[in-house]
Design a protein around this ligand. Structure first.
Ligand code: DGL
Length: 272
């Protein structure tokens, strides 16, 4: 029988962005092995419809679940916002998504009850962050803004200078006007732009990193359920992608701040 504690954690994302969750995992839980799947063939999910995002999320999860896992993490905000209900209906293992942890941390952090949310178009259109925030505190006032160009800037490594600054000022002007004191970076890529977002919003606005909050929730879950790994020595981590492994390794090394090797291209079954 498998020792559940030593099973890997499954993580999936639309592409490279979920590596911000991997980075947090490696910082907070360095003994945990993981299998990462980036659906690079169908990236980006952000401009797509809820129906297709659900289908992709189901197919990615089914692929990862061909092997025993102790937890599945939906690292992608867009997939979390649109598909977590469907995935929980289809699979029995514990599934952790990135929306609830980010919303909880924001609800606990705001002093004046005004929270901003930035994310992809599909995340913002789902209102998933707003619903989660209001569950934690129905008195909160929320303000949302889709920032689709941030994803491309992060992947290009174009995270400082005049162009990112102008784009950020454009996207965030209504949030500045709304005088929020807390801003959820509700997309895997946005932590890479933290400096320019922080500079634009002003230092009195707290930035909430959903990846950080999610790994905190994971840590608590593993501790409370006696599922923390006791493993010593190298971890059998795996990186799978559905297209362009070389690009994933190159861009991913910027997200992780270290060299990324051994990215394997796989094929996932389509589900009707
Ligand atoms: N991973 C996505 C998210 O966190 C961003 C990239 C995409 O649009 O697929 O929402």
């Amino acid at each position: 029988m498998n020792n559940i504690k030593e099973l890997p954690i499954g993580i999936f994302d639309s592409g490279v962005g979920g590596l911000t969750v991997v980075k947090e995992l490696q910082a907070q839980l360095p003994g945990e092995a993981f299998i990462y799947l980036g659906d690079t063939a169908r990236y980006p999910y952000g401009p797509r419809s809820p129906e297709i995002i659900k289908q992709f999320a189901l197919e990615c999860s089914s692929y990862l679940l061909k092997q025993p896992l102790k937890v599945l993490i939906i690292a992608c905000n867009t997939a979390s916002a649109n598909a977590v209900g469907l995935l929980r209906k289809n699979f029995t293992l514990p599934i952790i998504e990135v929306i609830t942890p980010g919303a909880q941390l924001a609800a606990e952090s705001t002093r004046i009850g005004k929270v901003g949310i930035i994310g992809t178009t599909a995340t913002i259109q789902s209102s998933a962050y707003i619903k989660a925030l209001l569950k934690f505190d129905p008195r909160l006032k929320t303000f949302s803004q889709a920032c689709p160009l941030f994803v491309a800037l992060a992947e290009e490594g174009w995270i400082s200078g005049e162009v990112p600054k102008l784009i950020t000022q454009h996207y965030l002007k209504d949030l500045i006007r709304a005088q929020i004191d807390t801003l959820i970076m509700g997309c895997t890529h946005y932590p890479l732009l933290k400096a320019v977002i922080g500079e634009t919003m002003g230092k009195e606005v707290q930035l909430i990193d959903s990846a950080y909050a999610t790994v905190n929730v994971l840590k608590k879950y593993l501790k409370e359920n006696g599922l923390l790994s006791d493993r010593i020595g190298p971890l059998p981590n795996k990186y799978y992608v559905t297209d362009a492994p070389d690009r994933f390794a190159r861009v991913g090394s910027h997200f992780l701040n270290k060299e990324l090797n051994d990215v394997q291209k796989i094929f996932i079954d389509k589900q009707s």
